[in-house]
Ligand binder design. Structure first.
Ligand code: SF4
Length: 154
């Protein structure tokens, strides 16, 4: 079962989208310089179809994307909830911010439009740093297209 700490409508996490980003707790990673260490704790409210249904009802006309921020302890649950969003409202794109270097085994891309991979490494910087180890992908026809450079101001 996934749990979340909070959520907000954001504009920078996914380029060209108005995104409802939900911060998921129980992060299994221990990135040095973690910017949100409270997300490592096993705390928060249950994130399930009932919660998503309410958010889609309340914000569905205002957003173009819903992004799961975390959930690496239960990636297949993230996958399952993305599938729920697809079936409930196929106008809303879906995204996953993962701290993993690679996708988990048997993880299906079919229910995602965007995926970010990579742990946060302070000395390399986040997505907005050209030196970053993190990668941001657009999913197109089942393929992961690297769009990380969209975050770089050149
Ligand atoms: S993935 Fe994010 S929340 Fe988890 S330890 Fe790393 S920086 Fe912190």
């Amino acid at each position: 079962m996934l749990r979340y700490i909070n959520y907000d409508i954001v504009f920078q996490e996914i380029p060209d989208e108005v995104t409802l980003a939900v911060n998921i707790s129980c992060c299994p990673h221990r990135c040095a310089g973690c910017h949100s260490s409270h997300l490592q704790e096993d705390i928060g409210e249950t994130l399930d179809e009932n919660v998503l249904s309410v958010w889609l009802e309340n914000y569905g006309n205002a957003i173009t994307c819903l992004c799961f921020m975390g959930g690496d302890a239960e990636p297949h649950e993230v996958e399952r909830l993305a599938d729920y969003i697809r079936k409930k409202n196929d106008r809303i794109k879906t995204a996953w911010y993962s701290g993993r270097a690679n996708l988990p085994a048997d993880f299906s891309l079919v229910n995602f439009d965007y995926i970010k991979l990579g742990a946060y490494m302070e000395h390399l910087g986040g997505l907005n740093a050209p030196s970053t180890n993190q990668r941001f992908f657009r999913i197109e026809k089942g393929k992961m297209i690297d769009r990380t450079s969209r975050f770089w101001k050149i």
